[in-house]
Ligand binder design. Structure first.
Ligand SMILES: Cc1ncc(C[n+]2csc(CCOP(=O)(O)OP(=O)(O)O)c2C)c(N)n1
Ligand code: SF4
Length: 310
């Protein structure tokens, strides 16, 4: 799927042409709306993630032509279709390897990978530690509703113990994974948690994540209002608390201590570390990969590639 910025206007474009919403340096939020309209259930948390992401891109003055948003499969993975960008709605669990390939192919792009807890932590989990330790400069937004939404409410790796789903009719037996804890342990250099109902706070986190030079991980707690029985906004609202002001995000042990409290869901930046990112290290060693592609090179027929994948 491609929703490349230069695509011809369609009826959907016209429908999306909402009243102007100035943001950033002379930009308008509508510049970031894709050709398709979101088809999530009314009230779904993912709307808040999309809103926060588009506002972040606008505030950071990121041109849609320099932006790639890639995903796997799931309700949350539909997100690239609704953003004006080079979008790729790929294979289940493969958001990260795709994002890595895009970034290596053109390191100048801002690359965002997005997907659900099932996509990233079930079938796709093998990619997570390697993306984190590699420290390529990309942002991974894990949209966590604690179940499989698209396939109608099965258990995911973040479903809490005792929770009843179609695949755990007597309640989940295993303890859940803690994605923030994993990201820190795997070596991510920026790790944060946000909440889809707090769009402004989430926007600030996503902006920090994009600004960070290296692998940034943002877990977004995002209720599924259709299949997440008992774990909607009413459940999460009182549990989400702001990060203590005195938390030192450079202190890995303190970050791990805070994230181990699973009764309270702290939102904010848990951990950040300055570590040279992958492409810079590769280029410093004279590596062949990570060089910017020269579009005028006759051996690289970019036009036919764009036509083929449009
Ligand atoms: C290889 C493969 N296996 C299984 C599926 C079926 N499938 C589609 S989405 C999904 C899980 C969706 O859950 P999640 O990633 O958490 O996203 P959500 O829909 O909750 O946003 C599964 C198992 C698939 N599409 N491809
Ligand atoms: S099924 Fe759940 S996650 Fe999917 S769009 Fe509906 S509310 Fe959102």
């Amino acid at each position: 799927m491609s929703n490349a910025p230069e695509a011809a206007p369609t009826k959907d474009d016209a429908a999306a042409a909402a009243p102007s919403q100035p943001c950033g340096r002379g930009r308008d939020l509508n510049q970031y709306k894709g050709r398709l309209k979101p088809i999530w259930c009314t009230g779904c948390g993912i709307f808040g993630v999309l809103n926060a992401l588009m506002r972040s891109l606008c505030e950071l003055d990121i041109d849609p032509e320099n932006l790639a948003v890639v995903s796997g499969i799931g309700c949350s993975s539909r997100l690239p279709g609704f953003v004006k960008c080079y979008g790729y709605h790929g294979a289940h669990g493969r958001a990260l390897p795709t994002a890595i390939g895009v970034k290596l192919g053109n390191p100048r792009l801002t690359v965002i990978a997005a997907g659900g807890d099932g996509d990233g932590l079930s079938i796709g989990i093998g990619h997570f530690p390697h993306a984190a330790r590699r420290n390529l400069d990309l942002t991974y937004i894990l949209i966590d509703n604690r179940i499989y939404g698209l396939t109608k409410g099965q258990t995911s790796p973040t479903t809490v113990e005792g929770y009843e789903t179609k695949t755990s009719p007597t309640g989940v037996i295993e303890p859940p994974l803690n994605p923030v804890e994993l990201a820190i342990v795997y070596g991510a250099t920026f790790v944060a948690r946000g909440y889809s109902a707090k769009v402004k706070d989430l926007q600030n986190l996503i902006m920090e994540a994009i600004r960070h030079k290296g692998f940034s991980f943002v877990q977004v707690i995002s209720p599924c209002v259709t299949f997440g029985k008992g774990s909607g906004f009413d459940y999460f609202g009182p549990r989400i608390k702001p990060m203590p002001e005195d938390h030192d995000a450079g202190d890995r042990h303190a970050a791990l201590h805070l994230v181990s409290d699973t009764d309270t869901l702290l939102a904010g930046i848990f951990y950040r570390q300055d570590r040279p990112e992958y492409v810079a290290r590769l280029q410093a060693r004279g590596g062949a990969r990570g060089r910017e592609l020269d579009a005028s090179d006759p051996k690289i027929d970019t036009e036919s590639l764009i036509t083929r994948f449009s």
